[in-house]
Design a protein around this ligand. Structure first.
Ligand SMILES: Cc1cc2nc3c(=O)[nH]c(=O)nc-3n(C[C@H](O)[C@H](O)[C@H](O)COP(=O)(O)OP(=O)(O)OC[C@H]3O[C@@H](n4cnc5c(N)ncnc54)[C@H](O)[C@@H]3O)c2cc1C
Length: 424
């Protein structure tokens, strides 16, 4: 079929070849529909390839729908409709059946066994290819209008295409270099949808301290971050953290970022980073004493890596004001106590949150009350479907964003377990 011909009427036109659009296009084509998938980048799934640090956290191990829904802020009821049709188990079956085994990691995070986002990309690429989706890359959509006969005219830079149904999957506004520049919001607003404004969600944090640059790139699997407003404790999170050249990132930090963003409006926000949450203060003092007395002639800087990542040792000693060249047997009791204190609570001050462009997900977007989650169809315009990051759903880090894409993609593509076919 020649997609450049406006006399061709596609059953479905999907705009945006991210995880949500790919799933939707593949599913609609699998059901025998003629599907045109439009992507403005030269290739599909650009953001998908950088997910999970290139490892792609595909989903989270929440087989119960109720449990899964409860993981999203406010447990939006609408999510039952979409997850009860395609849940975490269905997602895993989908990828496993297509030759991509997965593995379970801390906090229920599920990754491809290969540890590569490319494996997920390969499955989706194969899914749209096998089902004969017509893919047009370098296709920049500039607008959507409704024809009199209720078909959709999708305008491209020098072209236009027509479809009986349109699935909009152009993503949000985070990491715009991947193609997610918020284009869909403009069109959907023009079509009458309410776009809730962006707010903070899953954004890395910049710190005032410059020492973070020295430890940039170090990831800790299990740390605790405590958050204070003008010295008063507000929140804490345990989990993976990542030191970056500007401050902190990683799931535990990202999951605190929306709260930190709000607190910043009211005063000074400071943090404590507990490098060794497995020890309480008393246990740590004992452990430190044991470590230092095991090899008394060794230098402290060559010993502390028995407790913490070696890349952190010099910074921690500097912060505790302990001479890095001292031998273990000349460390004073005061120095040992200072060290124990720093290991349990490195102080840091939040400068600001990084911009929405560096967010993992940008919150805000199409108001979910305007979409029927049984089908992902707009409640305002029949046969218009809205999926993925375009929707205003606040979710934590941990595979929950992609799970939304898989479920919404499948449902909008025509997986109707619970309701009759409503389009084409
Ligand atoms: C660094 C990073 C790491 C992440 N890691 C994880 C993770 O491990 N697990 C997880 O669950 N989530 C993760 N996320 C979030 C996840 O990537 C997003 O939720 C997901 O990509 C959203 O998918 P989408 O299909 O809605 O949109 P997108 O992935 O943003 O795709 C939208 C597509 O639409 C195209 N498009 C936009 N405008 C137009 C136009 N005008 N014409 C044609 N095409 C257009 C874009 O080029 C893009 O390809 C991460 C996000 C980031 C930024």
């Amino acid at each position: 079929m020649n997609h450049q011909n406006t006399s061709t009427i596609w059953d479905v036109i999907v705009i945006g070849a991210g995880p949500a659009g790919l799933m939707a296009a593949g599913r609609a084509a699998e059901r025998g529909k003629s599907v045109l998938l439009l992507e403005k980048n030269p290739y599909i799934g650009k953001k998908l390839l950088i997910t999970g640090g290139g490892g792609c956290n595909v989903t989270n191990n929440k087989p119960e729908v109720q449990q899964l829904v409860n993981s999203y802020k406010g447990s939006p009821k609408a999510l039952y409709s979409v997850f009860s049709q395609f849940d975490v188990t269905n997602t895993l079956e989908f990828f496993h059946n297509k030759g991509m085994p997965t593995k379970l990691e801390a906090e229920g995070r599920i990754f491809p066994e290969s540890n590569k986002a490319q494996s997920v990309w390969n499955v989706l690429n194969e899914y749209i290819t096998t089902n004969k989706v017509t893919l047009k890359t370098n296709a920049v959509v500039t607008g959507i209008t409704l024809n009199e006969d209720k078909t959709f005219k999708i305008k491209l830079v020098n072209d236009a295409v027509v479809g009986k149904a349109c699935i909009v999957a152009t993503g949000g506004t985070s990491h715009p270099e991947t193609g997610s520049t918020g284009d869909g919001f403009k069109w959907l607003k023009q079509l009458g949808h309410t776009i809730n404004p962006n707010s903070f969600s899953l954004v890395p944090i910049a710190l005032k301290e410059t020492w973070v640059k020295d430890v940039s790139g170090i990831a800790l699997e299990d740390a605790v971050i405590r958050v204070y407003l003008d010295g008063k404790r507000q929140a804490h999170k345990q989990g993976k953290i990542l030191f970056t050249h500007f401050g902190l990132s990683g799931p535990a930090v990202l999951n605190l970022s929306s709260q930190i963003g709000e607190l910043l409006q009211y005063g000074n926000v400071s943090l404590e980073i507990d490098l060794l949450p497995q020890y309480d203060n008393g246990m740590l003092k004992t452990e430190l004493f044991n470590v230092l007395t095991t090899d008394i002639n060794k230098k402290i800087k060559n010993t502390l890596n028995n407790l913490i990542a070696s890349g952190l040792v010099l910074t921690v000693l500097k912060l505790a004001n302990v001479d890095t060249d001292k031998a273990n047997n000349s460390i004073t009791k005061e120095e040992r106590l200072r060290l124990a204190q720093i290991l349990k609570a490195i102080p840091a001050n939040v400068k600001h949150l990084l911009g929405a462009d560096k967010a993992i997900v940008s919150s805000g977007g199409v108001d979910i009350n305007e979409v029927d989650f049984k089908t992902m169809q707009s409640r305002l315009i029949p046969n218009l479907y809205i999926i993925g990051d375009l929707l205003d759903i606040d979710r934590p880090s941990g595979g929950y964003s992609l799970q939304l894409c898989w479920s919404m993609g499948m449902v909008s593509g025509g997986l109707f377990k619970s309701c009759k076919l409503r389009y084409f």
